[in-house]
Design a protein. Structure first.
Ligand code: SF4
Length: 498
């Protein structure tokens, strides 16, 4: 099994650079455990194709003909174009199957690369007085290291195919900027990454799971990996356990949730700061005991129930730089009523209109506190007040009314949750979204769908999702209210319990 042929594509190497386990699962994993690509990932792919078309518009490019996935035919057709000396080749295939002297285990490898472009440059190659340079058009805004590794990997194949070292690869990024990849610096790093990746792919055992919200949320193997992590009570499920802290904990013999819950901070000094170690211990304890635990820091502002309270949540489409929905859930404690207001931009140009409607609503309840989850809402209010020059509704009186419920929660309690997203926290409180499985990323897809087709169901789903976010924030605020009434933030109480 370990000596079977390994197909290493540039996409697989990119996955390896992002998560070793993901590349391994792509190669070895049971396809039944792999979920279909998420709508947001498909949206990014479409945007990438549009970006490529925009960059190439008006340029002369030759495209080799081959059936999809037929790398062998694609490589032959690409080499024919290279030998003919065409200026630019789009969708070319680089393929190399001979042993490579640069790698420690050179046998049994099929390498495949698909640069966006191969661009003809001066030089001497086996084709004549020219050679080719890989150019990749990427959706990212920054020249990420994984893009550079992939470009160098293509350069490795190109070196052998054309019998000449190519000029430094180029990256064309989202806003059109171009970056050269320093081959002298990245060559060794690329060879090390390829060597590691091949070694990992030859091993039938998958690299250890490590759940990281940011990295795993769009991964098609998430459900499978999360299941493994839950079954093994993996420490990456404890909020605050980063890969670096995980390595420190492992090195110090803290390998289980129970051990972390019983940790004395001095056990892990100086690898982990005492305050952080104390927090990790408490977080693990909350999970092991499946109950919320108090924190010693009190929230600065007292939060008695106000007669009227507003719960605010935004939906935004960052690519179009538009905030397209301002949702406000109005709770009148005196009259026992609840009303949702959704100010929706039917087109991005309507943003100033819904901004004014939103401000008018806030003005109608001039003393009501405005609860929200995360700093994004207030940052947006500040940004839009600059953009649209708020006049009638002065910021001075508006800003102090905003209360970040997430910051309040983090200051007073530790919950038995895997992360402190609104989804995770509200789920622990028993709240359910009407459209289960929908995420903020997907509302962006739904908004684009709305813009293209005016689909009423897409609009209804966006509004329902936003209203449920507001309601979930309300439920959390009420829990925090009860929590503080019980005196759980009293430090003496904490000491009694520890
Ligand atoms: S879910 Fe996370 S750990 Fe699992 S393969 Fe994907 S990125 Fe890697």
């Amino acid at each position: 099994m370990g000596n079977s042929m390994i197909l290493l594509t540039d996409d697989l190497l990119l996955d390896y650079a992002r998560c070793h386990r993901r590349a391994h699962l792509h190669h070895w994993g049971d396809r039944h455990h792999r979920a279909p690509e998420k709508d947001f990932v498909l949206k990014l792919r479409r945007e990438h194709q549009q970006q490529i078309q925009t960059v190439l518009a008006g340029q002369r490019v030759a495209t080799p003909e081959y059936s999809p996935q037929d790398w062998s035919a694609g490589a032959v057709a690409t080499e024919t174009l290279m030998a003919a000396g065409v200026e630019q080749i789009h969708r070319g295939i680089l393929r190399w199957t001979e042993p490579l002297e640069e790698l420690p285990q050179p046998e049994g490898l099929e390498l495949v690369g698909r640069p966006t472009l191969l661009v003809k440059q001066p030089g001497v190659s086996r084709f004549g007085n020219w050679c080719y340079q890989p150019v990749n058009i990427k959706l990212g805004k920054r020249p990420k290291s994984e893009y550079k590794l992939v470009a160098m990997f293509q350069g490795l194949m190109l070196t052998h195919i054309q019998g000449a070292t190519p000029p430094d690869p180029q990256l064309i990024l989202r806003e059109g900027s171009t970056h050269g990849v320093d081959s002298g610096y990245w060559w060794g790093k690329m060879l090390a990454a390829v060597t590691d990746c091949v070694r990992a792919l030859r091993d039938a055992e998958a690299p250890e799971v490590f759940i990281s919200r940011q990295r795993c949320s769009l991964c098609p193997w998430y459900d499978h990996c999360h299941g493994v992590a839950v079954a093994t009570q993996h420490l990456s499920l404890v909020p605050g356990v980063t890969p670096g802290r995980y390595a420190s904990l492992q090195g110090l013999g803290v390998t289980s949730l129970a051990q972390l819950a019983a940790l004395e901070p001095q056990q892990v000094e100086p690898d982990i700061e005492p305050a952080i170690a104390r927090h990790l211990q408490r977080q693990a304890q909350a999970i092991v005991e499946n109950r919320p635990l108090p924190l010693g820091t009190a929230h600065p502002s007292p939060q008695p129930l106000a007669p009227i309270e507003l719960y605010f949540d935004l939906e935004a489409e960052p690519d179009q730089d538009v905030d397209f929905l301002f949702g406000v859930f109005c709770v009148n404690h005196d009259k026992q009523t609840e009303t949702f207001h959704g100010f929706f931009a039917e087109h991005p140009r309507d943003e100033p209109l819904i901004w004014q409607q939103f401000l008018a609503l806030l003005h109608r309840y001039p003393t009501a506190p405005i609860f929200h989850f995360s700093p994004y809402e207030v940052e947006t209010v500040k940004r839009l007040s600059q953009r649209y020059r708020m006049s009638q509704y002065p910021m001075r009186s508006l800003l102090p009314r905003f209360i970040d419920v997430h910051a309040w929660l983090m200051a007073v309690a530790v919950l038995p949750v895997e992360n402190y997203s609104l989804k995770s926290v509200a789920k622990w409180l028993g709240f359910t979204w009407r459209d289960q499985g929908l995420s903020g990323d997907q509302t962006v897809c739904l908004y684009n769908q709305w813009l293209e087709t005016a689909d009423q169901e897409a609009l209804a789903m966006i509004l329902r999702y936003n209203e449920d976010d507001c309601r979930a924030t309300h439920q959390l605020r009420m829990w925090l209210h009860d929590w503080s009434l019980r005196g759980e933030t009293n430090f003496a109480n904490i000491l009694d319990r520890v």
